[in-house]
Structure formats: C-alpha cells, structure tokens
Design a protein around this ligand. Structure first.
Ligand code: CU
Length: 161
C-alpha cells in the first residue's frame, strides 16, 4: 500500500508541475556577478525578462549593494535611504509586474562611473502556446483537464492494482 501511495503522489505532482509556468532565474552579470566595470546595459539588452522570473544579484557585500530605484534617481545616480538597500551578497528579486525597472549599486561612484546600473523591461508571463489569447486559454483548460483525467486514471489504476 505504501508504494501505491507514492505513485499517487507522483501522479498528482506531475499534473501540478505541468500547469506551472516556467520561471527563469537571471544571474545579473552572469558568472562575473554584480561588480564594477561590467556592461550591465548590454547584459540586460541581451536578456528577456518576464513576470515571475527572478533577478539574482551575486556580489561581495562589503563592496556593493543593490537599490531598486525609479527612472529619475537612476539618471542622476542618487539613492534611497541606505537602509532600503539590499545587501546580503546574494539578493533575489522576483519580477512581479510588467514594465520598466531600474537597479543601481549605491556604493561610492559605482553607479555614476563604474557602470553598476541597468534598466530592464519586464514582459508579460510567457503564454503556454504561441497562439492568440482566446484559443490558447481554451487550449490550456483542455490540456490541464486532460492532465487531471490522466492522473485520476493512473491513481485509480494504482489503488485497484
Ligand atoms: Cu558597487
């Protein structure tokens, strides 16, 4: 009976996972992380950001920090109060809304002179299929119902096996 319970849990979790949109972790600056004199504007321009994705800042917390700012503060490299900085050295920011977001380092002249600043544009969550919204909605309902039916059949098969 224990093994059939495991199979049931597996079947249910397969359905759950299949309906969760894929979120991506974007490591800011890639292997080099968040540091001076790296072209983050270029990094950001080569990356597609979507709602639900994460920005991951890896850095030495004794040398850098992270501020999320608005466009005006970004342009002038001025910062919110220091206690609003992220400063753990491994900060993960989930992108919850669409639109433009600005990030800077608030230490010394890293924003104004050492390129530690970038802007991103967050796009809507990825659709499950590259089709127009009404039909893709219908498609996802059908496919998730199919998944539930399959899992139920597998579960019933396991219980009565
Ligand atoms: Cu810095």
């Amino acid at each position: 009976m224990a093994s059939s319970r495991v199979a049931l849990i597996l079947a249910i979790s397969m359905v759950l996972f299949s309906s969760v949109a894929l979120a991506t972790d974007h490591i800011v600056g890639g292997d080099k992380g968040w540091t001076v004199d790296l072209n983050y504007t270029q990094w950001a321009s080569e990356t597609v950001f979507r709602v639900g994705d994460n920005l991951v800042f890896n850095y030495d917390p004794s040398r850098h920090n992270v501020f999320k700012v608005n466009g005006t503060l970004f342009q002038s490299c001025t910062f919110p109060p220091a206690n609003e900085a992220l400063s753990t050295g491994k900060d993960i920011i989930q992108l919850k809304t669409e639109g433009r977001k600005w990030y800077v380092c608030g230490i010394a002249d890293h924003c104004s002179a050492r390129q530690m600043k970038f802007v991103i544009t967050v796009l809507p969550e990825a659709a499950p299929a590259p089709s127009p919204p009404p039909s893709s909605m219908a498609h996802s309902v059908v496919s998730s119902m199919f998944g539930v039916v399959m899992a139920t059949m597998v579960a019933i098969g396991v219980i009565f096996a």
